[in-house]
Design a protein around this ligand. Sequence first.
Ligand code: X2X
Length: 342
Amino acid sequence: MKKKCIGLIVFLAFFLGVVGAVHSASYKPEYKMSIVVGPTGPWGEGAARFADAVKKYTDGKINIKPYYSGQLFAGKQTNEFLLMKQGVIDFALGSTINWSTTIKELNLFSLPFFFPDYKSLDAVQAGDVGKKLFKVIEEKGVVGLGWCENGFREFTNSKRAVKRPEDLDGIKARVVGSPIFIDTFKAMGANPVSMNWGEALSAFQQGTVDGQENPVVSVIIPNKLWQVHKYATVWHYAIDPLILSVSKEVWDGFSPQDKTAIMKAADEISKWQKKAAREGLEGSTAALDGLKKNGMEVTVLTPAQIKVFKDKTKPVYDKWTKEIGVDLVKAAEADIQKAAKK
Ligand code: X2X
């Protein structure tokens, strides 16, 4: 009996060893991770921390290298998801906006003035809608490991303080290359132009565009946008979650132990990253104070001022709800209402 037991243990150890070896033999020496922005700030830093944690928890077996500033997709950020599917990109800390041209459902987060606060966003991500979205992306070849965050998108420009739609008149605003953004800014009365992020940074310097919309902590501060734009409008008009992710083909090649180790790293980093993206914004004015110290004039819109913009963009909501899926939008609305009562 004892002998049999020892035999079984030896066999199991041998079997697991062989399985492990087969897996690691097929591992790549380097896994490429895509990030649209540079290494500074919670987005870029989140990617570096994830790579470090995966290395640590897999005892050096899985080596992820972050490629910043859109290097892996040669600047064209709406290609990121497709390149993951095609095996060019292995991992990504990717914006839902950049993937939304491929995955229509992800436009949910870009519906104008839809998510009132972080609480409602967290509720939607943690509930059935969040799970459904991860299922949809997995069916298209990418595994979501955790929700991270770029943040609520605010507006900056070089012309004037924007408080009412009329203030946007004639302002040439760079928006990301996803059609809902063009629709929203047209509806609000601006003159939107879609541009990749890399190009946009030079366009701000050259003054060929007047404004842009991005989160304060993750993008406006790390890129010192006060050097090019004097005015900031805080209106939380869209939220931009990031998805920490891996191509399904790559994921399926990892051993069960390594998958567990990667999930551990992903859980840890998602928590850290979301918190860092909200630092100085949630229950604090530190981030906005920072903009003011650097010479910006910051306008925080009141609920009544926001309502004027929200009413203007109602046709965008109607059009895009159909694209996203009426049921999904209704389910998210129900989660948001429930979160408001808590
Ligand atoms: O291009 C942008 O505005 C950015 C950096 O926020 C995204 O990747 C969506």
